[in-house]
Design a protein around this ligand. Structure first.
Ligand SMILES: *[C@@H]1O[C@H](CO)[C@@H](O)[C@H](O)[C@H]1NC(C)=O
Ligand SMILES: *[C@@H]1O[C@H](CO)[C@@H](O)[C@H](O)[C@H]1NC(C)=O
Ligand SMILES: *[C@@H]1O[C@H](CO)[C@@H](O)[C@H](O)[C@H]1NC(C)=O
Ligand SMILES: *[C@@H]1O[C@H](CO)[C@@H](O)[C@H](O)[C@H]1NC(C)=O
Ligand SMILES: *[C@@H]1O[C@H](CO)[C@@H](O)[C@H](O)[C@H]1NC(C)=O
Ligand SMILES: *[C@@H]1O[C@H](CO)[C@@H](O)[C@H](O)[C@H]1NC(C)=O
Ligand SMILES: *[C@@H]1O[C@H](CO)[C@@H](O)[C@H](O)[C@H]1NC(C)=O
Ligand SMILES: *[C@@H]1O[C@H](CO)[C@@H](O)[C@H](O)[C@H]1NC(C)=O
Ligand SMILES: *[C@@H]1O[C@H](CO)[C@@H](O)[C@H](O)[C@H]1NC(C)=O
Ligand SMILES: *[C@@H]1O[C@H](CO)[C@@H](O)[C@H](O)[C@H]1NC(C)=O
Ligand SMILES: [Cu+2]
Length: 543
């Protein structure tokens, strides 16, 4: 029994040509509907009745206008994950960072141009945990005549998805389905799951998005190898692998050659977690079905890697190298005007109103970020005082054995504040993201808005500022917008602050973000003509 009610209209329109824009206007609805697909009975918020939501298809260089009219009872905002938003920070989407939320009954037009990016990204709600069901793919076609490989026969969208909040989810899903091996009710319409139909001898490109709230995931297809060609809308040197790893927020394009004889082959999506933390350990499955094979024919099964298979994950991560070709050079900054060390920690703060007297928190450099009540970008642009300070610490306030056991100063408390780190236009930045062992070491997928960064180094234990930089890769480091900082280890990233505005940096595990594992950079305007943040759109929501 499904009840459908129209609650949100998204009009997606592609330009630059206004004529094309008129022709290519789509009406998307976000609807509340009851579903049994996830073994759940509560209604979920979906876009246009689709779960995952509709795919935004654009071409590199296009200007995209998305009208969001909010007819649900929740405040909403939509983030275009990975889109650079050059000078258009107003369209980035994180609530209270670049905009006030779109309130029930209100509209807002997101207006941005896709510059210098091609491949797969995604869009999702960026407020509370609504992104669990409010998300979809962004497919950016390369400029005409620049297809990545001539043997690409088809483009297939593949989205990975996790379930409900705030407990660990009940299952993972592939394109909205838990899959044929799911223990969900056999009455479920999705019992058979997502099926990718292939023809022997052809090569398919799968666009894989980890839209799960809280789990890094392994992805495998029985008896097939995957050729990885792109991550986070940047090309990589192609390499073959049996198992792919993908963190929440990340996207990966792989080529799948249908080189087996006929048959059904299982696709598995299972969690990667190498510390003792409870995760949704349900494996989602789908089917690759060769043409001429009956759905009822037996399926070749596959064993997902063990949940704690660190070597498999590390091997995959270490294989990622940017293409670094003449056409797509790797412009990694060779020097760093700012050299920052950010510790990523969980903690516990006193909470008089909580049943236990304490509450879980998380922070960067011992600061748990407090969301402001007006958006930071508005405060920055209009010079509003009292909304944020720009004294975010560039280094941990207390140095300690980050990946050792005992908490420094014998407590797990954090400071709280809405503190930003200020960068001059065009300055170069290195951030070493240092995981800690406080409470529990854990793998944190850290996402930066407004920029791609280069992952110049990665290691276990404490970052050594003397030895480790000598091993940094300045030739072909992978370029991306979300990096899985290894459990009990560190990742070093570099970027150039060539985009004025306020840019969020946060863990993409919603549970950690919620606890305060976030901060923002404020990038000042440059002096040149195209180096300033554009003025805000007239329909920007107010708080
Ligand atoms: C939808 O779900 C809600 C909450 O679980 C329930 O109260 C309502 O009766 C359901 N409606 C339909 C049409 O199934
Ligand atoms: C989109 O933004 C551009 C400036 O970047 C502006 O010229 C244009 O009018 C805007 N379009 C709409 C429909 O708001
Ligand atoms: C979370 O899980 C607990 C234990 O299973 C359950 O009692 C509770 O109702 C769940 N919360 C929600 C919001 O489903
Ligand atoms: C999944 O987690 C549950 C709850 O922690 C546990 O009971 C179960 O044995 C786990 N299953 C697998 C396959 O690890
Ligand atoms: C590491 O990856 C390579 C291919 O990239 C593969 O040949 C090798 O078996 C992998 N090793 C492990 C431990 O997964
Ligand atoms: C904010 O302050 C800057 C620097 O003092 C100034 O250039 C700018 O015009 C001010 N903006 C507004 C909207 O008042
Ligand atoms: C940090 O703690 C770990 C675990 O106790 C230990 O193995 C390591 O030697 C310590 N490192 C330093 C620099 O003290
Ligand atoms: C973090 O700040 C809190 C509050 O000031 C303090 O009690 C704690 O010791 C600090 N911890 C670290 C690791 O700096
Ligand atoms: C940014 O800095 C680099 C040198 O670090 C310089 O080559 C480039 O011209 C600068 N760009 C702008 C727009 O100022
Ligand atoms: C929605 O956002 C507005 C503006 O920030 C805020 O005043 C209001 O409390 C929010 N509503 C809900 C339901 O969170
Ligand atoms: Cu985290």
């Amino acid at each position: 029994m499904e009840k459908w009610a129209r609650v949100l209209v998204l009009v997606i329109c592609l330009s630059p040509a206004m004529v094309e824009c008129m022709v290519r206007q789509y009406k998307f609805n976000i609807v509340m509907k009851n579903t049994t697909r996830l073994c759940a009975t509560k209604p979920i918020v979906t876009v246009n009745g689709k779960f995952p939501g509709p795919t935004l298809v654009a071409r590199e260089g296009d200007t995209v206008l998305v009208k969001v009219a909010n007819h649900v009872k929740y405040n909403v905002s939509i983030h275009w994950h990975g889109i650079r938003q050059l000078r258009t920070g107003w369209a980035d989407g994180p609530a209270y960072i670049t905009q006030c939320p779109i309130k029930p009954g209100q509209n807002f037009i997101y207006n941005f141009t896709i510059t210098g990016q091609r491949g797969t990204l995604w869009w999702h709600a960026h407020i509370l945990w609504l992104r669990a069901t409010v998300h979809g793919a962004i497919v950016i076609l390369p400029k005409r005549g620049e297809w990545w490989k001539s043997d690409v026969e088809a483009v297939v969208n593949e989205a990975l998805k996790s379930g409900f909040v705030p407990n660990v989810s009940d299952t993972h899903t592939i394109n909205g389905h838990p899959g044929p091996l799911s223990t969900c009710s056999s009455k479920s319409s999705s019992k058979d799951g997502f099926t990718l139909k292939v023809k022997r001898g052809k090569t398919y490109m799968l666009r894989i998005i980890n839209a799960a709230l809280n789990e890094e995931l392994f992805f495998k297809i029985a008896k097939h190898r995957l050729t990885v060609v792109e991550v986070d809308a940047t090309y990589v040197k192609p390499f073959k692998t049996n198992t792919m790893v993908i963190a929440p927020g990340q996207t990966t394009n792989v080529l799948l050659t249908a080189d087996r004889s006929t048959g059904n082959y299982l696709v598995s999506v299972s969690p990667f977690m190498d510390s003792p933390i409870e995760v949704d350990n349900v494996t989602a499955t789908a089917t690759v079905q060769y043409s001429g094979t009956l759905a009822s024919s037996p399926t070749t099964l596959i064993n997902p890697p063990p949940q704690n298979a660190t070597p498999v994950a590390t091997n995959f991560t270490d294989s990622l190298r940017s293409l670094n070709s003449k056409l797509y050079p790797t412009n990694v900054p060779l020097t760093a005007d700012h050299s920052l060390l950010f510790t990523i920690s969980l903690g516990i703060n006193p909470c008089p109103t909580c049943p236990s007297g304490n509450r879980a928190v998380a922070g960067i450099n011992n600061v748990s970020f407090i969301m402001p009540t007006t958006s930071l970008l508005q405060a920055h642009f209009f010079n509003l005082s009292g909304v944020f300070t720009d004294d975010f610490p560039g280094n941990p306030p207390v140095a300690f054995n980050y990946t050792g056991g005992t908490p420094p100063l014998n407590n797990l408390h954090t400071m709280i504040g809405t503190r930003l780190y200020r960068l001059a236009y065009n300055s170069t930045v290195q951030v070493v993201l240092q995981g800690t062992g406080l409470l529990a070491p854990e793998n944190h997928p850290i996402h930066l808005h407004g920029f791609n960064f280069f992952v110049v180094g990665r290691g276990l234990g404490n970052f050594d500022p003397k030895k480790d930089p000598k091993k940094f890769n300045f030739i072909d480091p992978v370029e991306r917008n979300t990096i899985g900082v290894p459990s009990g280890g560190w990742s070093a990233i570099r970027f150039r602050a060539d985009n004025p505005g306020v840019w969020f940096l946060h863990c993409h595990l919603e549970v950690h973000t919620m606890w305060g594992l976030k901060m923002a950079f404020v990038v000042d305007n440059g002096k040149g003509p195209d180096e300033s943040l554009l003025p805000p759109p007239s329909d920007l929501p107010t708080c």
